[in-house]
Structure formats: C-alpha cells, structure tokens
Design a protein around this ligand. Structure first.
Ligand SMILES: [Zn+2]
Length: 315
C-alpha cells in the first residue's frame, strides 16, 4: 500500500514525458535528472513605503514582482493545492506560493473607525487581491503567517474582523508560533507550547475556522536537523487534528518536490526564498523550477490524496 501511495506522489510531482515510466518507484537521484520539479515558495515580510527594515520591500517592488511572476506564467497556489497534486493549476501555468511572515500591519491594514472601515489600498493584501482580480489568469491566494508576540496585523480593534475577512477572501492563515522564538534555540520540550498556544489564540478569534490553520513557518526560518524535529511536529495535535500539516523554512532554496515528498521529513522542510534578497528574474533562473511543458502528468487524476497528514505512522 505504501508503495502505491509513493508512486502516486511521484507521479504527481515528477514530470516525465512517458506516463508508463512514471508508474514505478524511482530513486531520488533519478528523479533529479528527469526535469524540473520545484515549486518556488516566496517569503515577504514588510511591504511598505518607505521600505521598513532589513526584510522589507516597497509597494512598487511588490507590484512589479506580481507582474513579473504573472508574465512569466506563474499561477498562485495555496498549501492545500500541494496536497491535492496541483489539480487547480492550468496546464499552461506553473505554480508559485506567496507567503507573508509575522503579521505586520502593512500586510493587512484597515482605514476608518468603528463599523465604517475598509481595506487600506496600499497594504500588501489589497495590492495582491487587486492584481489577482484584474488578472484572473494569475490565480489567487497566499499564506499569512502570524506570530503572537505582537498584535496580529496591528490595530487591536480589528484583529477578529481581519482574520475572518482574510479567510472569507480565500487566503490562508498560518502559524508562526507564540513568541517568535527560533526553534533551533528553544528546548524541544517547549515546542508544544510554541505551536499550540497560538492555535488557542486563533480559536478565540476564528472558532471552528481554526481548523484551517494547518501550516507552520519556523521563526528564523530554521529547523534542527537529525533531532527528531519532524516527528515531534507531526505528532502535535489540537482539538482532534494534526496541528501542523507542513512546515516552511527560510533557507534560500526551492525544494525539489519529488524527492522531498517521498521522504517522511519533506513536509516539514519546504524551502522558501526571502524576496527582500532575491528578484523574480533570479527565481526564474533556478534549475529545478517547474515549467509548464514538463508537467502535463500533474493533471492526470489522482485516485487519492497525498498522505501528508500522518507521515510518521504509529510503530
Ligand atoms: Zn518571522
């Protein structure tokens, strides 16, 4: 059974010209040589004028990134698309996942007071949503990772409205821990609190919709190696479900998803590119980036979901 599931994963993530050759298990080295398999996951922090801090980009730069990604044939996905074998991505488009870390107010800001408020047109969400509306071929979606060491998106009076509006608009909220402590510097005995406490706080704002908070971005972008970290994270649960379905690094790389998803650890080590350090043209030069011509097999129907929910089955 495991072999069948693995084959399905590899079918979904390993572009190849002949379907028959996909229907067998392949070693990671072989997968690497077949062709592009990586999905770029781009990481933003502040999006503002003037540029805020070391990790910030300007609003004009952000708009330009969206235009360049669209013109290069990318299509915005959300994490669920990765689990579903990218079935939503048009055949002539290639997937890209946008992520925003920390929950800064310039990511999602309201203007107005009381019941009379609206999305600030200069915030990252408004820019992104406006571009997507005008360019439906570009798709729609992004993940906003929130850490609870600050008021999410600023503006305490609007926190609940903002979080629910974000979900209403089809975007994804991710977990970025409670105190934004680098997990490589935090005793593993404290990881449960770091991951679960935020979910309890999300629950007070989102209620049952907290079940949609399933992804984790590691503060500082790192996860210790050879420490059992992935298994620990996979076993955390909250209200009867897995607390973390996938985890995102900030390691300056595009993960090759064939080999990545065929390993138990892969779901917890998805690479990201800090876009205050990289340009879209640099992203396009990545050797393992997925290209439209190479991925027609991704649209073959999958008979079952990719089993990321329990990558560490009980022994
Ligand atoms: Zn952060």
């Amino acid at each position: 059974m495991t072999g069948i599931l693995l084959s399905l994963i590899l079918q979904a993530w390993t572009p190849c010209s002949g379907r028959a050759s996909c229907l067998r298990y392949s070693e990671p080295d072989e997968l690497e040589t077949r062709g592009p398999s990586g999905i770029p996951v781009l990481m933003y922090h502040h999006v503002s004028d003037p540029v805020d801090g070391y990790y910030g980009v300007s609003t004009s730069r952000f708009r330009r990134d969206l235009e360049e990604l669209d013109q290069a044939g990318f299509f915005l996905i959300v994490p669920e698309d990765i689990e579903n074998g990218l079935m939503r991505v048009p055949p002539d488009r290639r997937p890209v996942l946008l992520t925003f870390d920390d929950g800064w107010q310039d990511n999602m800001s309201f203007t107005g007071i009381g019941d009379s408020f609206q999305l600030d047109p200069s915030c990252a969400l408004a820019i992104l949503d406006g571009y997507s509306s005008e360019h439906p071929e570009f798709g729609h979606g992004a993940v906003f990772f929130i850490s609870w060491d600050k008021i999410p998106f600023g503006q305490e009076e609007f926190v609940t409205e903002k979080m629910n509006l974000l979900l209403d608009m089809g975007y994804v909220i991710g977990n970025h821990t409670d105190k934004h402590t680098d997990l490589t510097r935090l005793s593993m005995s404290l990881w449960r609190d770091a991951v679960i406490k935020p979910l309890q706080r999300f629950n007070r704002r989102l209620g049952l919709r907290t079940s949609q908070v399933r992804t984790l971005a590691y503060p500082g972008g790192r996860l210790p190696r050879d420490s059992g970290a992935e298994e620990l994270l996979s076993r955390l649960d909250y209200m009867g479900r897995k607390a973390v379905a996938m985890g995102f690094l900030a390691n300056g790389s595009i993960s090759s998803f064939g080999p990545l998803l065929s390993s138990q650890e892969g779901w917890f080590r998805i690479g990201r590119l800090d876009m205050s350090r990289y340009s879209v043209s640099q992203v396009l030069q990545w050797s393992n980036i997925m290209v439209p011509e190479a991925r027609e097999d991704l649209h073959d129907p999958l008979s079952m979901r990719i089993p990321c929910q329990d990558p560490f089955p009980s022994r």
